[in-house]
Design a protein around this ligand. Structure first.
Ligand SMILES: [Zn+2]
Length: 414
């Protein structure tokens, strides 16, 4: 061996030591590093430092970074009570995400013609925003985009004011069967969609989205997008014959791209991306209208809210394996919600050292009544003595489930 070879060998050995010879991170170091990363990714850019520095939730942040509540925005007269609920109930139970279905319940300046009759004002919204800021709770305002433009016989504001955006104007809402519709009949699809290819629809809806995101000072926007049944209608001159999965993915990506211009991110209900036939999950919490292949066409920055109310389905794994952040979303069964929470904790714990681990983000509890109605049930002691089937007394069981999640979150942070 000449000197040069000896020198090169030494150099090589030195680089190998530097590159690979460091003592490996301990499990705890690895966990802390990943969790710090996750918390900062989850936090909005404005709040990230604050969230890490002031957090008194290190224990639960490690195992369940996202603790959310998805609920309708309150009416004007319930704003103060709702703020108290945030301060006195959600915050002490370590909730850090509030998805608020606003839809038309805001005094939009960009499109006043789309306001509800007694909408939240800017001052009302700021009360909610300030309360959430004080407790490091991120608010994700929601407007249902694409689907859910009507409910049973009621057509909502967008298609009522702009009927030209209706994907299937020949289907009259007054002809829908009474809810719950027979789930197999072809005419059972009770909520209308807007046409995603109409040239003017995004000018209107993105103005609303931008205005809402600004007033809520939000990083996350929730677009709903669940139960989109009317897609590529055969009579739509723009969509007929087109692939439903491509149309759905195209609309999701368009919204995500719009949000990304201001470093914002999109959340959606994830049901259209699960194959209802293969899984047996059916036409509502999964898709029987050929939208499931969209999962491979959607931007990985989209955050999946995976809702299941009848069983603790394990579909969060599907989304994490596909590269998406995912939260499991329970509703009105406290025992089931506890199982769903445990599953999420297990998924995360078992995979934390591999790429998909941090994608198991947490739990987002859902409330599907109005917020005012929920608050009445939540503060009524009688709600907590009701037994029997959740389906027979939904308001009481939703209150019980929310309380159960609060108790579980508190235990996780002990
Ligand atoms: Zn169309």
């Amino acid at each position: 061996m000449n000197r040069l070879t000896i020198f090169l060998s030494f150099l090589c050995f030195y680089f190998v030591q530097v590159s690979f010879g460091q003592p490996p991170m301990t499990d705890e170091q690895l966990r802390n590093w990943r969790n710090a990363r996750m918390v900062s990714q989850f936090a909005s850019p404005d709040w990230s430092g604050q969230l890490i520095k002031t957090s008194r939730t290190e224990r639960i942040d490690n195992v369940l970074p996202v603790r959310g509540l998805a609920i309708a925005a309150p009416s004007v007269r319930a704003v103060d009570q709702f703020v108290r609920f945030i301060e006195e109930e959600l915050a002490p139970a370590h909730f850090n995400m509030l998805i608020l279905r606003v839809d038309w319940n805001y005094a939009y300046e960009s499109h006043p013609e789309l306001r509800d009759s007694d909408p939240l004002t800017r001052a009302d919204v700021k009360k909610i925003v300030e309360a959430c800021k004080r407790h490091n709770i991120q608010v994700a305002p929601q407007i249902n985009l694409l689907g859910h433009q009507s409910w049973s016989s009621t057509t909502h504001n967008l298609l009522r004011v702009y009927p030209q955006f209706d994907e299937a104007p020949h289907i009259r809402t007054q002809d829908y069967a009474d809810l719950p519709n027979p789930r197999t009949a072809s005419n059972s699809l009770y909520c209308k969609s807007y046409c995603p290819l109409h040239p003017d629809v995004h000018k209107v809806v993105f103005a609303l989205v931008d205005e809402l995101m600004d007033v809520f000072e939000a990083h996350w926007f929730h677009a709903g997008m669940d139960e989109v049944f009317h897609l590529a209608d055969e009579r739509c001159p723009r969509c007929r014959g087109k692939c439903k999965a491509e149309l759905f993915a195209g609309e999701v990506n368009k919204i995500q791209d719009h949000l990304a211009k201001r470093n914002r991110r999109l959340m959606i209900w994830a049901d259209r991306l699960i194959d209802g036939q293969l899984t047996g999950l059916g036409a509502w919490e999964a898709s029987m209208n050929n939208t499931a292949p969209a999962i491979d066409m959607i931007n990985k920055d989209v955050y999946m809210c995976d809702w299941h109310y009848e069983r603790a389905d394990l579909t969060a794994v599907w989304f994490a394996m596909k590269g998406f952040d995912v939260a499991t979303c329970p509703w009105r069964n406290p025992e089931l919600a506890a199982i769903q929470l445990q599953n999420m904790l297990d998924f995360r714990r078992q995979t934390l050292r591999i790429a998909m681990g941090p994608r198991f983000q947490g739990i987002i509890q859902t409330v599907w009544s109005g917020a005012d109605q929920f608050l009445r049930a939540y503060y009524d002691p009688a709600s907590y003595t009701v037994a029997g089937s959740p389906a027979d007394n939904t308001n009481a069981f939703v209150a019980q489930t929310v309380k159960r999640m609060m108790d579980e979150f508190k235990k996780l942070n002990e």
